[in-house]
Design a protein around this ligand. Structure first.
Ligand code: SF4
Ligand code: MG
Length: 337
């Protein structure tokens, strides 16, 4: 499959200043040397605890803020590959049509004073795409696409449930025919059954419209269900990247193993043998990233070398990528039966 987005060596550091001279006293490495590819038509899941930097990645890809180092290559619908980190506002504006975001909170992300016509049609208006009559038709069509009635165009968002409001947000994201959608904890605020419906809708839309998704969540069960491939983040770094099935069956990184051990068993009668690896301690402070392997204070397999030497993200024999000195020798346990 073609690569749609290639994130290469991306860093995002936030300096912390002190005093009237604004002396830099510390640096938060929100995203530290991240590289991964998102392939056209796939769902790439990005998981990690809160504060791991996964939301920052989405914001960097969508250029909501500038990066400190690295490049982000994007294959446009025309086939042209551009480094979006080096584009001016004007070029970026036209590329934004191809990249959209779905937000976590369906309540706060929609302006309550706007009708669905204006909410969903706003991106079309901004990009000058159609007469008012054409925009109204397109909005009705988009509502139909997300399973809402086209005649809702003149209603306001308060008339809808949380799940429906999220569909309104999805319709808005689809207005400009994007090829890529980033969803940051998109369904986390919804009830389980409503979340499942909206996930199914997103999967149908992916198939129908050929969309590529970056799906960001702390919920591994969700990732297992929706993602083709997964990246696991910890303290701004990618610890492991690989195909979802392979990673869930046999994780290569101790942090992935610990996350999987916390996933509830889907089948209560299943007697899957699972070693419980409780994750000890709290996620470290991003301002005081531990020496060596940043996971070492919480890792049950850590030794002296882990405290001193920082492992690189490297490709191992199975073609998967992992950032652990002992990936080949540790015999880690996943969730498959
Ligand atoms: Fe654990 Fe060491 Fe691997 Fe880090 S490098 S995950 S501390 S075994
Ligand atoms: Mg977040």
């Amino acid at each position: 499959k073609d690569t749609l987005i290639s994130v290469r060596g991306v860093k995002k550091f936030f300096p912390i200043y002190e005093g009237w001279k604004r002396r830099e006293v510390a640096t938060i490495k929100a995203v530290d040397d991240i590289s991964f590819d998102i392939r056209k038509g796939e769902t790439f899941g990005l998981v990690g605890e809160s504060g791991s930097g996964k939301s920052s990645i989405a914001r960097l890809i969508l250029r909501a803020y500038d990066l400190t180092a690295g490049e982000i290559l994007f294959r446009r619908e025309s086939g042209e590959v551009v480094d979006i980190t080096r584009l001016g506002d004007r070029d970026m504006r036209s590329i934004r049509r191809e990249m959209q975001m779905i937000f976590q909170d369906p309540y706060s992300s929609l302006n309550p004073r706007m009708r669905l016509l204006d909410l969903v049609g706003e991106p079309l208006l901004i990009h000058g795409m159609g007469t008012p009559a054409e925009i109204k038709d397109r909005v009705a069509e988009l509502l139909g696409l997300v399973g809402l009635r086209p005649e809702y165009v003149m209603r306001y968002p308060h008339a809808f449930s949380g799940g429906q409001r999220q569909r309104i947000g999805i319709a808005r994201a689809l207005a400009l025919n994007p090829s890529f959608i980033a969803a940051d904890e998109a369904v986390s605020a919804l009830d389980v059954s409503v979340a499942a419906q909206n996930i199914n809708l997103m999967q149908d839309l992916q198939e129908k419209l050929g969309l590529t998704y970056l799906f960001i969540t702390h919920d591994l069960g969700m990732v297992e269900h929706i993602s083709d491939r997964v990246g696991v983040m910890y303290l701004g770094r990618l610890m492991e990247v690989g195909p979802t099935d392979a990673m869930f069956e046999k994780p290569l990184h101790p942090y992935t193993e610990a996350l999987l051990a916390a996933v509830p068993q889907p089948d209560p009668r299943g007697n899957r043998a699972r070693k419980r690896v409780p994750l000890k301690g709290e996620i470290a402070d991003a301002m005081n990233v531990p020496s060596g392997c940043p996971f070492h204070p919480r890792c049950p397999y850590a030794d002296e070398a882990c405290r001193k030497e920082t492992p690189e993200l490297r490709t191992v024999a199975s073609g998967r990528q992992v950032r652990c000195h002992y990936a080949e020798t540790l015999d880690l346990v996943g969730v498959s039966g």
